[in-house]
Ligand binder design. Structure first.
Ligand SMILES: [Zn+2]
Length: 415
């Protein structure tokens, strides 16, 4: 019934919906699809049929990624990979990941319908473990394909005590999913934006310039615990009041930058944690991101300076530990231009934006130039059952992807 729909974009959305329930979900109400679970296998089986119907030869690679290959006129030419991930977070939405895979299939289906071949083969890949919602690691399977995964990283156990080695993959062969350098010409990923920018601007799609550089810190503020009734205000060293001032300063610094810099305090714990005791110790996290690593670092330096100054003025001790430093992953400039041109050809305004979230494309950048197309999602909501994509927007995205592939084909024919 899904396949009776007239247009590829609508069919891609409907297929994501179809995979949002049992047996394609591991939970009875809502969607959770973990890597290598029964729902993952069932979703791969469904995908496999759709890939075959679109003219692709289907296989599973050693990392249990599903790959559909549509042969090109030159079988020896480096391939274009189009993909995204098939797994989901717990109680997630239907489109984060699968929509990019379905649109990849529809892109090939559009070529197959008219018997067209590109100078290069196209491989649609459904990655298995982007979210890291089952095993305590993320993007394992794209790291395997990109050749950046070490075998030691596969010593993993899920929340139920099942080892990855017993979950249905051969860990000894896992890393042989690596593609040879030079064998992949480019990687294209379409993904829901997971943010409100496109909706705010009234745009169906946006061209991603790159994935933001991330920094994460753990901050510990030390004051003096004391009786809430007997310690007069001037004599206090209140760690929680100090942390509150720091958090407001962090927000103000990111706001004042008037750029793509974002800074977040997402977790805080205060001790000893009683209504009648002044907080003696507070721990909180800071997450700072920007598409430009220098801009990110400038904002982070200003934040750390502000924290030190506030601590000093209040007589508080402060310890700051950097726990995470992820470089930016810029998309291929030439591929961004091709996507821009395809967006314009589809009659849409061209808009570029940075991705604040990580994606498989970030990993694939180690192997080949990458391109990403963001698709508007309602309210910017994701990782939530309320995630929603308009079929008309998916249609625009599909047009852009087909246009992108054609332009890449023209560029190859010319060179
Ligand atoms: Zn995703």
């Amino acid at each position: 019934m899904v396949d009776a729909l007239a247009t590829g974009g609508a069919r891609a959305v409907a297929r994501c919906d179809a995979l949002g329930v049992i047996p394609y979900s591991d939970m009875p109400h809502g969607l959770y699809r973990g890597y290598l679970t029964p729902a993952y296998r069932a979703a791969q089986d469904a995908l496999s049929g759709w890939m075959a119907a679109a003219g692709m030869a289907v296989s599973r690679d050693p990392a249990a990624n599903l790959v559909g290959r549509y042969e090109g006129s030159d079988p020896a030419a480096p391939v274009l990979m189009i993909g995204s991930h098939l797994d989901s977070v717990r109680d997630g939405g239907c489109y984060d990941g699968p929509l990019g895979v379905m649109l990849g299939i529809e892109t090939v289906a559009a070529l197959h319908r008219t018997g067209r071949r590109m100078p290069f083969a196209i491989e649609v890949i459904a990655f298995g473990d982007e979210e890291g919602s089952r095993f305590p690691a993320a993007m394992l399977t794209s790291r395997a394909v990109a050749g950046t995964l070490s075998p030691e990283a596969l010593d993993l156990v899920d929340g139920d005590g099942v080892a990855l080695a017993d979950a249905g993959v051969d860990v000894a062969r896992f890393c042989t999913a690596a593609r040879a350098p030079g064998s992949v010409m480019a990687y294209l990923e379409a993904h829901i934006e997971q943010g409100p920018v496109l909706e705010d601007q009234g745009l169906a799609v946006g061209v991603v310039t790159g994935i933001a550089a991330q920094l994460r810190y753990r901050v510990q503020v030390d004051g003096m615990a004391g009786h809430a009734g007997t310690t007069s205000m001037p004599l206090r060293r209140d760690a929680l009041a100090g942390a509150a001032e720091m958090i407001v300063a962090i927000e103000a610094i990111a706001l004042a930058d008037r750029s793509d810099v974002v800074a977040t305090v997402g977790r805080i714990a205060a001790g000893p944690g009683a209504a009648n005791v002044i907080a003696g110790q507070v721990d909180f996290t800071i997450d700072v991101r920007s598409g430009d690593v220098a801009r990110r670092d400038r904002a982070a330096d200003a934040i750390l300076d502000a924290i030190e100054a506030i601590a000093q003025r209040r007589g508080l001790g402060v310890g700051i530990e950097r726990i995470h430093d992820l470089p930016a992953s810029p998309c291929g400039p030439h591929l961004q231009d091709l996507l821009d041109a395809a967006v314009a050809d589809a009659g849409q305004p061209v808009h570029r934006l940075v991705s604040g979230a990580g994606h498989d494309a970030m990993v694939m950048a180690a192997l080949c130039p990458t391109a990403m197309l963001f698709i508007r999602c309602r309210g910017g909501i994701s990782h939530n059952p309320a995630e929603h994509v308009e079929p008309a927007d998916a249609e625009v995205a599909l047009q852009v992807m087909v246009g992108f592939v054609e332009k890449l084909g023209d560029a190859c024919a010319r060179s």
